[in-house]
Design a binder for this molecule. Structure first.
Ligand code: MLT
Length: 394
């Protein structure tokens, strides 16, 4: 239950009988919710996350009267949290005698600018005391994650750099009938912040520990970009845990000398000027040229919020990652899907084609018009590709 909010009852809210009018309660319950937001993440928390909470259902119960000048205490608790919806229970109590005068049950659905349901933003989950699931791993690392739906095999979605599980929102929403697990990697989103540089294998170890903790023996492993580097390492060392592999806008090769130097420059920039400066450098190449700014803005905000220690640890890990090319020819018994945005400015289409050619039996899907993040830019196309791939495996 969140901190109580108090309001005075005014005469203009009362009816000819002199007591607080039933219609005013709805407004007061709403004002109390805004107050909770204002005291927590801020009144702009929803628009900042690119999401709006639409009320789908409001039920009010009245128990006693209230008169002008009285103080009402409003409390709020979360009755239910779904993927894109949540239900709040609000109570209004008379201060003078602690009598419950009215209560409300309000169901909200989070929607985007096109009125499509989207997951409840983290900032709201935190403000309402219903943050995403967290799993503690041996060694004191905690990973935040979404674990949604049912179905076998589960699909493990690994985000790229410097992002978090939110890049998979359209997949969390659009792959009904499947169990989708989307963690924040160590150092990103709401997961633990690393104490120093990491290796790509550390992230893969975290994911194996996560699967262990969740009792999942095998999963389809899907990574975008840096998530793909991690997926390749995971498959190299824990082949028995993978039923299939999906590499989205990723590569098997290691960084060349200039790539390694660029990582060092970015580490220095992050340490000196923070996440915002790194986001400014990386953001312009993330999306296809001309991509909708409304799509880009929430991603930029999340990049800017990434802890510097998470950024520098991952940059060091990518800089030092081994060449996974020798692994590719050995993947002939593993179903592999390579996905490429045709407009990717970071991993060229030609390099994705080379990657697919180097893996025996791999399928290549080119997503027209998508840049480096087809999960957000062309979600329907990626969801279709994933659905078909999963259907073949289950
Ligand atoms: C990513 O999206 O994860 C990065 O572009 C990967 C990289 O910098 O190599």
């Amino acid at each position: 239950m969140t901190n109580p909010v108090e309001f005075t009852v005014y005469p203009d809210e009362c009816d000819s009988f002199g007591h607080l009018n039933q219609a005013s309660y709805l407004a007061l319950f709403e004002r109390a919710r805004w107050e909770v937001l204002a005291r927590g993440p801020g009144m702009n928390a929803f628009p900042k996350a690119g999401v709006w909470p639409a009320v789908r259902r409001a039920v009010l119960d009245f128990h006693a009267g209230t008169w002008p000048g009285e103080t009402l205490i409003f409390t709020l608790e979360v009755l239910h949290r779904g993927r894109t919806s949540f239900t709040l229970k609000q109570d209004a109590t008379r201060k003078r005698d602690q009598r419950l005068v009215a209560s409300a049950e309000i169901v909200f659905v989070c929607i985007d600018g096109e009125e499509r349901p989207v997951p409840v933003p983290d900032s709201i989950l935190a403000a309402l005391g219903m943050e995403p699931r967290r799993v503690e791993l041996p060694g004191g690392v905690t990973l935040a994650l979404e674990d949604i739906g049912r179905g076998d095999p589960p699909l493990l979605l690994i985000h790229g750099f410097p992002l978090d599980r939110e890049v998979w929102v359209p997949q969390l929403r659009g792959l009904e009938g499947h169990r989708i697990i989307a963690p924040d990697l160590r150092g990103f989103g709401l997961s633990s912040v690393p104490g120093g540089p990491l290796q790509i294998s550390d992230y893969a170890d975290d994911l194996i520990a996560l699967l262990d903790r969740m009792g999942i023996a095998r999963a389809v492993i899907c990574g975008v970009s840096m998530g793909g580097y991690i997926a390749l390492d995971l498959v190299r060392r824990f082949r028995e845990r993978a039923i299939g592999l999906v590499l989205v806008d990723s590569r098997a090769t290691a960084d060349d000398q200039s790539g390694r130097a660029r990582r060092d420059d970015l580490i220095a920039l992050a340490e000196e000027k923070g996440a915002m400066a790194v986001a400014d450098v990386l953001a312009p190449a993330l999306f296809a040229p001309g991509a909708d700014p409304a799509l880009q803005e929430p991603v930029l905000i999340r990049m800017q919020r990434t802890p510097v220690a998470g950024i520098t640890a991952a940059l060091a890990a990518m800089r030092d990652r081994p060449d996974s090319t020798p692994l590719l020819a050995t993947l002939k018994d593993l179903p592999v899907l390579v996905v490429a945005g045709t407009e990717d400015q970071i991993v060229s289409l030609e390099s994705s084609r080379d990657l697919a050619r180097a893996i025996p039996g791999a399928e290549l899907i080119e997503i027209q018009g998508a840049g480096h993040l087809p999960s957000l830019e062309r979600p329907e196309a990626l969801n279709l590709a994933l659905r078909e791939f999963l259907a073949r495996l289950s």
